[in-house]
Design a protein around this ligand. Sequence first.
Ligand SMILES: [Zn+2]
Length: 262
Amino acid sequence: MSPARVIYFAATVGVLAVPVWSVVHEPLPLGALFAIVTGYAAVTCLGVFFLGLRMYTNALLRGPSGARGVALTFDDGPHPTYTRKVLDALDAKGAKGTFFVIGRKVEEHPEIVKEIIARGHTVGLHSYAHDRLFSLRGPSVVRRDLQKAIAVLEKVTGERVRLFRPPIGHTNPIIARVVEELDLDVIGWSVGARDGLAGTTAADVLSRVMPSAKDGAIVLLHDAPERGEREPAGVSALPELLEKLEAERLDVVPLASFQERV
Ligand SMILES: [Zn+2]
């Protein structure tokens, strides 16, 4: 169990103890109540925003100790132009990547998903709608979105998807429960290229990724913009990134080589 989850459980027990304390002893002063509620809200929000804390779910963030190589992951596709550029760059080096695709884009470009698989790469799920407020939705909305995305992807690939990266990396107890119900493995990252941000250059991507590119790293890049048509900087950076990883003697390895069922 992650330290953050221990803190979350302890904080939840503490908050639930407040009314009991108030009945058995005396009501807490308003100032103390405010501090407890604010503190609890802060703890739970940290868990929502930072997947790496693994407060609500056991996300894979990096390879196990002793893992060799670096896994490259690409979010927000498929895209008819940019995904193919990524595939060409990976294939030129014989490298394998994992693509976390958005269900509604899979419906628009099923042929790109088929091509990803035909060229030997892996496909994971990145929700159906890529709703930025996913972590504020109720269980039925979250379940419907993921079930729809799973079905859309299965229709195209013929296989039930297992890997899931939450939209913008946010999780909460509802998402964690639905993910478990649907038997999905949550995949995080240890190195974020932030290549989807406006104004990011290929040089920015290289300077963000290379210092943290170590054995066992999971790198988050994009093969499509979340919205619109702007090419993510990671797409143009990829050929040089692969050269630099090679120069550092870091193999690009399939994500599956890092996976131990969690
Ligand atoms: Zn995304």
